[in-house]
Design a protein around this ligand. Structure first.
Ligand code: NAD
Ligand code: FES
Length: 295
């Protein structure tokens, strides 16, 4: 069992929990995720790690209520325990494998949209701890949904907050902020955009105009996180990939976002899953040959 040490609600229906999980905390890196189950009958919930404290053995997760499983998780309190908390899973961010000297030469921009700010934070922190500066665009619907601002400011060189309704910081979506910053004379070599699928799609279209390499996280399409269910199948550069096994991060300019969004809507119903099985044949449900699942 994994004890919840603290629980807060930084915005409506968005929760932060610090969970004691020493083995995960000892081994995890930015970009990786965990899978939890509230109890033995619970659905699996894959969540990208937001922060870790190796000494204390703690992991911070941030989640939004989107269904029954996350609603049940939100009802737990400090002192309660989670039955399963498995990880770290997935590949670490590309940064963790890039020579530090190379990273120091680059101008790095993070685009953090809404709850997607949670997986951005450990990357910004990891880079600063390795002497690498970065800038962050922190986007939210309105002032009440801006999360992790103080935490980002502690590690980023600059944080540009933007709200869709202009109630705090700059006004407009994160893509407008990218255009505005570049018009103001900023230059970026690399962008990491994490948030809703539609945001990542439009960020990629925006950065493509400027020739800025862009990494995205496909965590939102994961279901079981094990390579077995087939939910997170996507096309990257014309090749079949599974977000939970081959990612979750990919080169955003190579991701077919329209296919991802259409497929994940189809995957939500039994009829849609049957259709996908028929259409994709043995490239469905792990048959890609990469993830160890059954065809
Ligand atoms: P949201 O709807 O408030 O959007 C966050 C920001 O994304 C907005 O403020 C806006 O600036 C930008 N955005 C939205 N639509 C856009 C568009 N069409 N063009 C350009 N920018 C756009 O986000 P939320 O409700 O906090 O987030 C929930 C979503 O985040 C869920 O869909 C969840 O799956 C996703 N999420 C993704 C990850 C990941 O790893 N990619 C992690 C956690 C959550
Ligand atoms: Fe099920 Fe990736 S989440 S195969």
């Amino acid at each position: 069992m994994y004890q919840i040490l603290t629980k807060t609600e930084p915005a409506a229906n968005i929760f932060t929990m610090v969970v004691h999980a020493p083995r995960v905390a000892k081994n995890c890196l930015p970009g990786q995720f965990i899978i939890l189950r509230v109890d033995e009958e619970g659905e699996r919930i894959p969540l990208t790690i937001c922060d870790y404290d190796r000494e204390a053995g703690n992991i911070t997760i941030v989640f939004q209520i989107v269904g029954a499983a996350s609603l049940r998780l939100s009802k737990l309190n400090a002192g309660d325990s989670i039955a399963d908390f498995v990880g770290p899973l997935g590949k670490p961010s590309e940064f963790c494998e890039t020579p530090i000297e190379e990273l120091r030469q680059k101008s790095i921009l993070f685009v953090a949209g809404g709850v997607g700010s949670a997986p951005v934070y450990p990357q910004v922190k990891w880079l600063k701890e390795h002497g690498v500066d970065s800038e962050v665009i922190l986007g939210a619907k309105n002032k009440d949904f801006v999360i992790l601002e103080e935490e980002m400011r502690a590690y980023a060189k600059e944080v540009h907050v933007t709200t869709d309704d202009g109630s705090y910081g700059r006004s407009g979506m994160v893509t407008k902020c990218i255009d505005d910053l570049i018009a103001e004379g900023k230059h970026y070599d690399v962008c990491v955009a994490i948030g809703p699928m539609i945001m990542m799609k439009f960020c990629c279209l925006t950065t493509k105009k400027y020739g800025i390499k862009t990494v995205v996280s496909m965590n939102p399409i994961m279901v079981d996180g094990t390579g077995m269910c087939g939910a997170c199948r996507l096309m990257v550069d014309g090749k079949v990939k599974f977000a939970c096994v081959d990612g979750p991060e990919f080169d955003g300019h190579l991701v077919d976002f329209d296919q991802v969004m259409k497929r994940s809507a189809q995957y939500k119903t039994a009829e849609g899953r049957a259709y996908l099985r028929e259409q994709e044949g043995n490239t469905h449900h792990g048959g890609c040959g990469n993830c160890g699942g059954e065809a």
